[in-house]
Ligand binder design. Structure first.
Ligand code: NDP
Length: 286
């Protein structure tokens, strides 16, 4: 049986470290770090995410503030709010929940956030810093994937990694982080030829595709480590949706370790967000 990588437990450990850092900062007379979350519109899934993020802040002792704006908010109004948050020395992290309403240019909004407060790690300055290995804030889900991998194998240097998916928010940053850690990385996407063959050659497979049970058991070599980023909703019992990953979990039990869905990568995303907010607060006050 493959080791089931317990993302909830690893996220709790990271939260404990984050809380300890916050307690130490406050004990040293420094300001308690604070995250501000901006939500535009009334997308139900986004509302749930924002509520989870605010509750998570409370758990570790971060200050949190919410700006819930109507769907009709103009881009200029949103940019003006971001300008005020950038200028507010008590705000250390700014997170604008996506997706934004269609009339707002997501890229313009991300680029308006002060890179030093960009706790999602999506600002081009932070993307550039990641690709050049010059610090900065790292995107949460990709960094969560790396922490899960390192819980199994602390030193990833020399391993062959296949990342399936080349999105800016998951695939590309995971691939850059793995490269920086000494892996030899292949990035696969919808145009890739012989994906099963490439997967079979990999010591690490990170699946970020968005297709339920896409990665089959015979794609995975014995002893590989498999990280499943996918979150796919399929009809479950009692008419309720069931979450499944991109990896056919039951078929990959010959792997060394695999993340479940739910309970794998998902819980890490918020834990890294909280850790990023503390990192931002420290850098801003340094
Ligand atoms: P995108 O849709 O932006 O990217 C999907 C990638 O998969 C693309 O690069 C696409 O290739 C590739 N792809 C699609 N079909 C195939 C195929 N048949 N063979 C090989 N590659 C293929 O998705 P995201 O990166 O945003 O998200 C991926 C998954 O991760 C989703 O299920 C999402 O819900 C989940 N997710 C989970 C998070 C978490 O916290 N756990 C956070 C973020 C995302 P191409 O570029 O050629 O189109």
């Amino acid at each position: 049986m493959a080791e089931k990588i317990d993302g909830r437990a690893i996220a709790r450990e990271l939260d404990a470290l984050t809380k300890a850092e916050i307690d130490a900062m406050v004990a040293a007379g420094r300001e308690r770090p604070g995250l501000t979350v901006v939500l535009v519109g009334d997308d139900p899934a986004s509302e749930v995410y924002v509520t989870h993020k605010v509750r998570a802040c409370e758990r570790v002792g971060l200050r949190s503030a919410e700006h819930r704006l109507p769907a009709a908010t103009t881009q200029d109004e949103l940019l003006a709010l971001i300008g005020r948050l950038n200028a507010d020395a008590h705000v250390h992290g700014i997170l604008v929940q996506v997706p934004l309403p269609d009339h707002i240019d997501e890229r313009a909004v991300i680029e308006a956030i002060d890179p030093a407060k960009d706790v999602d790690g999506f600002h081009p300055v932070n993307v550039g810093r990641l690709s050049t290995g010059t610090g900065g804030l790292r995107p949460c889900t990709p960094l969560g994937c790396i922490k899960l991998l390192q819980s199994v194998e602390p030193d990833l240097a020399g391993m062959d990694a296949l990342v399936i998916g080349r999105s800016n928010i998951v695939g590309k940053p995971v691939a850059m982080m793995l490269t920086a850690l000494g892996c030899t990385v292949t990035i696969a996407h919808s145009k890739t030829r012989d994906l099963p063959g490439k997967a079979r050659a990999a010591d690490i497979v990170v699946a970020a595709v968005g297709i339920a049970n896409f990665v089959k058991g015979d794609w995975i070599k014995d002893g590989a480590i498999v990280i499943d980023v996918g979150i796919n909703r399929t009809p479950g019992e009692n008419g309720k949706d069931r979450l499944v990953g991109d990896v056919a979990f039951d078929e990959v039990q010959h792997a060394r370790a695999v993340t479940p869905v739910p309970g794998g990568v998902g819980p890490m995303t918020i834990a890294v967000l909280l850790a990023n907010t503390v990192q931002a607060a420290k850098a801003l006050s340094a």
